[in-house]
Write a protein that binds this ligand. Sequence first.
Ligand code: DGL
Length: 267
Amino acid sequence: MKNCDSPIGVFDSGLGGLTVLKEIHHALPEENTVYLGDTARVPYGIRSNETVLKYCFENVRFLMDREIKLLVVACNTASSIAIERIRESIGIPVIGVIEPGARAAISAAQNNIAVIGTETTIKSGAYQKAIKELDTTVKVESRACPLFVPLVEEGWIDNEVAKLVAEKYLLDLRNVDALVLGCTHYPLLRAVIGEVMGTVPLIDSALETAREVMSVLTSAGTLRSKNRQDDKPGKHEYYVTDMPQKFYELVERFLGHSAENLSKVDL
Ligand code: DGL
């Protein structure tokens, strides 16, 4: 039986969703969370829609078995392919990262927005559609940057290789009003991307997604903080499908806290 103490479930193909989880922890420190990183099968963004859908449903089943009260699909690739199908198939609120990212983009720029993401996300046109739904006059260009995810998964976020790759992908996009980091892995490369893009604002959906989580839980009356007398911090569980040690080290490095309660699982 789900209640206020039930956890929020979050999944991504690997580490990237931690950028969203971090904002959820920050905005809602009393909430219990369960994070699943499908590290055995990352990257999703180079796979067919059919394969991404299959992986998503395996992730959803695993998290539903943990009695989650709300699901965050903290992966743009998965959100662009599977969000509607997931929404139709489970009886709890489901939040993706595309609409929050589009809202954040529109509030930062009105004329010329560029979106970068995985091949699958860009090919789906989901960002372009979500942005145009908010403002039909805005010009949106998009570009796939497939080498960024392996760089992040390897922990190569601030070296000369990351810089070179960022230059190769982005140098000719420096005339836009805002660049949407349309993959949850990309905020981890914010420093090198920012160096290449100069003063162009970099938009990611993490903060806006955390706000939406808070608003949905508030409306549903299942916000943990509002239903407790003490302000005990939430408990956090982490699951990965491969390489837990590497995940543990990278979480510590990127998020500055350790992923206690980390287990490897087979889906
Ligand atoms: N972090 C994910 C995204 O937002 C997935 C990257 C991948 O697995 O290719 O698209």
